[in-house]
Each structure stands twice: as structure tokens, then as C-alpha cells.
Design a protein around this ligand. Structure first.
Ligand SMILES: Nc1nc2c(ncn2[C@@H]2O[C@H](COP(=O)(O)OP(=O)(O)OP(=O)(O)O)[C@@H](O)[C@H]2O)c(=O)[nH]1
Ligand SMILES: [Mg+2]
Ligand SMILES: [Zn+2]
Length: 318
């Protein structure tokens, strides 16, 4: 501790209280936010998010430390606040890797949803691994297993690591553990009910995060986790559990730049006739040609067109 100040990382926030892990002593402090911390131009509803590196000021006995400074963020996952057009909510900051947890049944994760997440992560510069969880529900030769295989082919072909996992049988957990220990700060995201909290419970014996059944009638999760929380992994690295998301709003993106965040499309842009080609109906478009010949996944090309066309219409896109 330097004087009565120390540095730490926000592990959890309830809105008015912040749990901060002291970088030196590894103590967890319950802190309040100091006054006048809202930065100019910051439109987010939360001044500090899980993963933020902050300075705490420790005053008087019994008083909670105050957070008096937030270090610049390396990156942050930002979402539009519900129904507030301009306000945003910072889900988590300073991420080294995101793990998008997906399932092909109970609930189903569409490529449209996956691609939106990946576009966002690419825009923020956060490498992403896809985790297909609940592999125990995909017996060999079942349509579910075929679908997982198909998705792996699509996403591996454009450069994303894919891990097949089951929180139930333990499949894939060693690979996950290793990848997380190497990465540093790891975010788990995905629809409600895909098993984010269950996976974390498996990775951290002794932890007992609340999990919820998937509704049998609608195959949807019940939004069991309600705020983001970070944990220190026993084998190294941090893991962040987050509430399930329905859709993924694209914040601070221009629709003309969307295609830059599809790596396989961006790589082919130099071969298009026009340097500012948007790969829609321009002549001699190398991207459209590649998609039509299945050199790049047609499904992702279609999702790109859909994102582009609907960008201004759907408030969820912005
Ligand atoms: N069969 C099977 N069920 C699983 C697996 N992983 C999780 N589940 C079940 O899926 C349901 C949802 O799990 P949760 O961990 O609560 O899901 P979550 O992603 O944290 O959901 P939210 O907190 O609502 O976003 C629970 O009933 C789990 O027991 C798995 O690998 N196989
Ligand atoms: Mg959860
Ligand atoms: Zn083009």
C-alpha cells in the first residue's frame, strides 16, 4: 500500500458497492465510489465495471475505502441500456479473451447471434473462443451433433478456436482451463441457460453459483445470473460470469465498417474492384464471389447482409 492508497481490480459491483481485489495484498475490499468520478463524455450508467483497475483510498477505521481513480481501460464490452437510447452499460473491462458459450438445443444459439457477438468482439479487439456446451445432449449421429460439427467447420474456417464441452460430463474442461490460465481475464457470455455459471462451478470447485433450469416449454433460460462477477481461477487467470443476453446491440459501430469485422471478408477486400466495396451488389466483388463458391461461409455472408440492411431499423442494432 502506498500511503493510504492501494490499487486493485473490481471483481463485483452491485451499483452502489464495489468489491475490489487488492493487487498487492489480495484482500477483497468492499468500496464505495468517491465523488466526481464521472468522466466527461461518459454516457454509461456505471462509472466502474467488473475488470476495471482502480485506486482505493483507505480512510478512518471502519469506513469503507473509496474508489478515487479508474485507470484507462484496455477495452470494454458495452451494451445499450434497456430502453435508454443514449445510455450505455459497461458489462466488463480489460478483457484478454471472450468465451462465447453456445448450445444447439435447450436453448438454440443462431449464427446470427454468434456473428453479432463476434463483430462486437472484433471491433473491441477481444479474441474470442466459441464453446459448444452440453455436448452430452448431442449423441453421435444425432442432428444436434451434426449441427455442432457444421458450426465448428464454419467458425474454424474463419479463424476462431472452438471447444466442445460439457459441464455435465467434464468434456473439454481441461482445454478451457488451460486456455484461461494463459489468457488472463476471461469473459463468459452467451444466451441465458447455455450453462455459463454451471461451467464456472465446474472450473472452480467449492464455488456454488446459482444456476437455473431451462424452461421445457420454450427451451429458454430463466436469466438466473443478474450481474457480472469475476473470480480468480485456481490454475491462474480470472473468469467473469455474466447475465445471459438475448441480443447483442452494436455500440459505436458504423454500418459501413461492419465488414471489416468479418476477418474472411476483410482479407478479400483488396480483390474487390472498388476499394470501398460493401459486398452487396457492386460489380466484381471478390467477397460475394467467394461466398457463392463457398470459399467463405455463405451463412456468415448472409448474416453480414442482414446486419447491414437492418442496421438503422432495429434499435437493438445500435
Ligand atoms: N445436460 C447438460 N445440462 C447443462 C450443462 N451445462 C449446464 N446445464 C444445465 O443448463 C441449465 C442452465 O445452466 P446455467 O449455468 O444456469 O446457465 P447460464 O448460462 O448461467 O444462464 P443465465 O445465468 O440465466 O444466463 C441448468 O439446468 C444446468 O444444469 C451441460 O453441459 N449439459
Ligand atoms: Mg448464470
Ligand atoms: Zn466486395
Amino acid at each position: 500500500m502506498e500511503g493510504n492508497r492501494s490499487q486493485g481490480r473490481v471483481m463485483r459491483s452491485t451499483g452502489s458497492w464495489y468489491e475490489v481485489l487488492d493487487a498487492v495484498s489480495n484482500e477483497v475490499w468492499s468500496c464505495r465510489a468517491g465523488g466526481r468520478l464521472r468522466l466527461k463524455g461518459d454516457r454509461s450508467t456505471n462509472p466502474f465495471a467488473v475488470g476495471d483497475e482502480v485506486v482505493m483510498q483507505h480512510d478512518g477505521e471502519g469506513d469503507p475505502p473509496l474508489i478515487v481513480e479508474r485507470k484507462d481501460r484496455k477495452n470494454a464490452i458495452v451494451r445499450r441500456s434497456v430502453n435508454l437510447s443514449k445510455a450505455t452499460h459497461v458489462v466488463a473491462a480489460n478483457l484478454d479473451r471472450a468465451f462465447l458459450i453456445a448450445t444447439v438445443s435447450a436453448p438454440d444459439t443462431s449464427t446470427g447471434f454468434i456473428d453479432r457477438f463476434l463483430v462486437t468482439a472484433e471491433a473491441y479487439g477481444i479474441p474470442t473462443t466459441l464453446v459448444f456446451n452440453k455436448s452430452d445432449l448431442c449423441p453421435p449421429d444425432s442432428p444436434e451433433a451434426e449441427r455442432v460439427h457444421e458450426l465448428e467447420q464454419i467458425y474454424e474456417s474463419v479463424g476462431y478456436d472452438c471447444i466442445r464441452a460439457s459441464a455435465k460430463t467434464g468434456e473439454g474442461l481441461d482445454v478451457l482451463r488451460q486456455s484461461m490460465a494463459q489468457s488472463g481475464v476471461n469473459l463468459l457470455s452467451g444466451h441465458s441457460g447455455v450453462g455459463k455459471s454451471t461451467l464456472i462451478n465446474r472450473l472452480m470447485p467449492g464455488l456454488d453459483l446459482k444456476t437455473g433450469d431451462v424452461s421445457a416449454a420454450h427451451s429458454k433460460g430463466k436469466h438466473t445470473t443478474t450481474f457480472a462477477e469475476m473470480f480468480m481461477l485456481p490454475g491462474g487467470g480470472f473468469i467473469i460470469d455474466t447475465p445471459g443476453i438475448k441480443g447483442f446491440g452494436l455500440v459505436e459501430l458504423e454500418k459501413e465498417q461492419l465488414h471489416h469485422y468479418f476477418p474472411e471478408m476483410f482479407a478479400r477486400l483488396p480483390n474487390c474492384k472498388f476499394h470501398n466495396c460493401l459486398h452487396r451488389s457492386e460489380p466484381h466483388c471478390a467477397v460475394r464471389a467467394a461466398a457463392e463458391q463457398n470459399d467463405i461461409p455463405y451463412q456468415r455472408y448472409e448474416n453480414y447482409l442482414d446486419l447491414y440492411e437492418n442496421f438503422d431499423l432495429d434499435p437493438n442494432y445500435r
